[in-house]
Design a protein. Structure first.
Length: 240
């Protein structure tokens, strides 16, 4: 690990008054949740249909039995626990140093660690909504509603509050995330390949000069960063 870069990051964090953390799948891999694009990630596993197809809105509508089987087997990790990264960010928020977390993850681990201001770009597995009457269900209840979950109140299909392919991001969440990034004095971007849009474009909203990229491999935006660490997140956050 580059000690000079770590010392610089430690200094920026200690001086910061409004950190924003922007995280992707790599934030949760150390909690045992696989990412998408690594060799053992979701997109490299073999199914009758490509994962990108299964988790699309069209497939959800047309083949709900396959969609929900895949969703339960490959996208739910109810036993996962927050790791050092989640916990450190929650600490910073309590100390008044962290303005917000912006996440592409749907696992709810930031909230489990204690973070309160979290913008979930792709929704959360911990919330589900009846498509007919609008009734809301938590994950524990959702898991009891059948293979193709039916609303006990009206019999409508219950859909997880996660953003599928072909669906748009929530406007209020986008506005909150963009506003927070625009007000950050330090923006830490971590555990994301920065290849998925529109999320990757959010970096362009940052106005400061302390943009930090932490990822095990290079990203297309490394060139615009003020500090780049190609390290495991747990190794970096254990030093902060």
């Amino acid at each position: 690990m580059n000690e000079e870069n770590i010392r610089k990051l430690q200094s920026w964090v200690s001086e910061a008054k409004s950190i924003v953390f922007f995280g992707g799948a790599g934030v949760s891999t150390e909690s045992g949740i696989p990412d998408f694009r690594s060799p053992d990630g979701l997109y490299h596993q073999q199914y009758d249909y490509p994962p990108e197809t299964i988790i699309s809105h069209t497939f959800y509508e047309r083949r709900p039995e396959i969609f929900f089987r895949f969703y339960r087997e490959r996208m739910l990790f109810p036993d996962a626990k927050p790791n050092i990264c989640h916990k450190k960010l929650a600490e910073w928020e309590k100390e008044g140093k962290l303005l917000a977390v912006v996440t592409q993850n749907i696992d709810g681990l930031h909230q489990m660690a204690g973070s309160r201001r979290v913008y979930e770009l792709h929704g959360s597995v911990h919330r589900s909504t009846c498509q007919k009457c609008g009734a809301k269900y938590d994950l524990e209840t959702f898991l009891k509603l059948g293979d193709i979950p039916k609303c006990p109140a009206c019999g409508g299909r219950v859909k997880p509050d996660v953003v599928l392919y072909e669906e748009g991001l929530d406007g209020d969440v986008i506005r909150g995330a963009v506003d927070a990034i625009g007000r950050a004095d330090v923006l830490i971007v971590a555990g994301t390949s920065l290849t998925v849009y529109p999320a990757a474009a959010f970096l362009d909203e940052y106005r400061g000069n302390r943009l930090v990229l932490i990822n095990k491999t290079a990203t297309p935006r490394d060139g615009i960063a003020d500090l780049v660490l190609h390290e495991k997140l747990g190794d970096v956050f254990s030093r902060l």
